[in-house]
Write a protein that binds this ligand. Sequence first.
Ligand code: BTN
Length: 271
Amino acid sequence: MNVFEFSIIINITLQNNIFSGLFVGQNLLTLKEVDSTNNFLKNLLTNSKPVPEGTVIMAETQYAGRGQQNNKWHAEPGKNLTFSLLLQPHFLDVTHQFDLNRAISMGVYDTLCTLLGNDLKIKWPNDIYYGDKKLGGMLIENLLQGSRIKNSIIGIGLNINQDQFPDDAVNATSVKQILHKDYALIDILADICNNIEGWYLKLKAGKTDLLRDAYLSKLYWLNEEKRFKTAGQEFSGVITGVKHNGLLVVKHQDTETTYNLKEIEFLNKQP
Ligand code: BTN
């Protein structure tokens, strides 16, 4: 998709009062169809005039949606939220970039928690889980300038009104499957934008401890004995925390070990 094809494919959604924040979501572009909203936003940043911080690109259909770890992201057209948000956290050193993941996760969490209650959790690093099923996830791509984050492309995919999933997506669920109701995507998007802005401004104001505590308190499997896999080996362990830099801390036989995303797998089925 060429960004200059803009006028054919984009409706510029006029500002309306449900986006009550200062900047997140104030510039909202909705696309009928795109490969990936993250790709689109990345191209926009290289090909055109400055893009205002807080810009949101939302797609009805993504035909090549991308997930974490080179996975594909599938979503039934028109039924789910698939969007990317531009933030420019120049204040954030790259060593603290996981605090941005925390702020985004909390913004999404707070929105869905008002609908779904306390069975909602954040699965490290930033998946949204209801019980043991995945409602959505995030793909955050940071473009650096020296040791600072210049642009952060925050891609968010949430299953909202889709009521059936392919057989191989055994782990997926949606708001519709849980509450048996349809929701207006734009209302949920507006709420997410407002909540993300709130957490982002806290991060900017240096309220890092508050953010880290909030994120940890919502963490899936925190302080529970569970099964994991690392380097081909299964083991029982307990998540005891997340390091400032985002590494997961798991305790196994009285020893705490830290893991990055590629190094550890959560095994949902008990042996
Ligand atoms: C994951 O859980 O693996 C992350 C999924 C992220 C999907 C979203 S949908 C909008 C944005 N555009 C993409 O191509 N991916 C993200």
